[in-house]
Design a protein around this ligand. Structure first.
Ligand SMILES: [Zn+2]
Ligand SMILES: [Zn+2]
Length: 171
């Protein structure tokens, strides 16, 4: 067995390695992250890659996400059952549109905001008929009409998010 030393402190013996770049690091150089120990350089590089979105990107992602999702929910209300196929597709399209319009910049917060925007864009199509039902203005047919925008909402939100965040995870 050979003795290994910290990459930054050649006089310090260590068996600990950065789980990203695999170089040896001593206890002082190691940073505890949710995915294990990493060297400071990798932690810094990771943050740089993860947070490149600008303030404009957040506005664009929100407006585009909400508008496109509203259109999708409107369609879901008309096509009923086919929402099951349309919603994931809509989520992917919305995610793709946002990626292009934001210059493929990344930020976990941007992805979460986009998912929230998709939810908000579809929300009126669920809430308005629901309010109508609660006020006693409608029967079972309206209840079913609410169901599809609701299914659309949950499927579109998750597929938008995973499309955006999944691409990020691949790096
Ligand atoms: Zn490293
Ligand atoms: Zn060290």
């Amino acid at each position: 067995m050979t003795t290994t030393y910290c990459a930054n402190h050649p006089d310090r013996e260590t068996g600990l390695r950065c789980n990203n770049c695999e170089k040896y690091i001593c206890a002082q150089c190691a940073v505890h992250t949710p995915t294990g120990y990493r060297c400071k350089e990798c932690v810094r590089g990771r943050q740089k890659v993860f947070e490149t979105a600008t303030t404009t990107d957040f506005v664009v992602a929100f407006v585009v996400g909400a508008l496109l999702s509203g259109v999708g929910a409107f369609i879901a209300m008309r096509i009923g059952f086919f929402t099951l196929f349309l919603a994931p597709l809509a989520g992917n399209l919305i995610a793709e549109a946002i990626r292009r319009l934001t210059g493929r910049r990344r930020s976990p917060r941007l992805f979460r905001l986009a998912a929230v925007a998709v939810g908000l864009g579809a929300a009126p199509f669920v809430l308005l008929p629901l309010a109508y039902i609660l006020l006693g203005g409608a029967g079972i047919r309206t209840l079913i009409a609410v169901l599809w925008p609701l299914i659309y909402l949950s499927l579109a939100v998750s597929s938008t998010y995973y499309r955006l965040a999944g691409i990020e995870l691949k790096r």
